[in-house]
Design a protein around this ligand. Sequence first.
Ligand code: ZN
Length: 103
Amino acid sequence: MSFQIECPNCGPRGVWEFHFSGPAGGERPPQTADAKTWTNFIYNKSNVRGVQTEWWYHRSACKLWFLVERNTATNQVLGSKRYALGQSAGLDKAGEEQGTPQP
Ligand SMILES: [Zn+2]
């Protein structure tokens, strides 16, 4: 199934121009955390059927990492935004989808 994502720099483009990097959110462990904590943070993501906020990378154009709110059941894209350090990774949903950028 093909759909479009709106890059904050370039506008709407086909999904094949982007790289999906998983759901946003979750508290990033401190650098001193043990391997088990880091493994859990990196690999144990929720598998939501419905709306979630995700990290996407515009690999074919501007190379921007940004956030997309997408319904995983329908691939409907509900919004996208730039991430700014110090801001929640959520898309203006207080109490939901908070986190820090992924590597
Ligand atoms: Zn772009």
